[in-house]
Design a protein around this ligand. Structure first.
Ligand code: ZN
Length: 89
């Protein structure tokens, strides 16, 4: 299991950031699948109110860690695998 993380603005440290992505409709799963753009030229920081460079950081704030725990399904190993719901009979 990988450590939980968040993306922050490298200028101010805020996690109020947005990243640019392509959205592709997945017919099988009936949902949008987002493909993040690698360069991130147009990431945006709402705290700086400007384009930003973002970086992934491990969660260290107890409030953030508690937030993840509160939203972790009991059957995480099943739900985290989208193909687990594809039962072909
Ligand atoms: Zn910022």
């Amino acid at each position: 299991m990988s450590a939980n993380s968040k993306f922050v603005c490298t200028r101010c440290g805020s996690d109020e950031v947005e990243a640019e992505a392509y959205a592709n409709w997945d017919i099988a799963h009936q949902t949008w699948v987002y493909d993040l753009k690698e360069n991130g030229d147009y990431d945006y920081c709402y705290n700086c109110e400007d384009t930003a460079v973002t970086d992934e950081r491990p969660l260290t704030d107890l409030k953030d860690i508690a937030l993840v725990a509160a939203h972790t399904p009991i059957f995480k190993s099943v739900r985290s695998n989208p193909d687990a719901n594809c039962v072909h009979r």
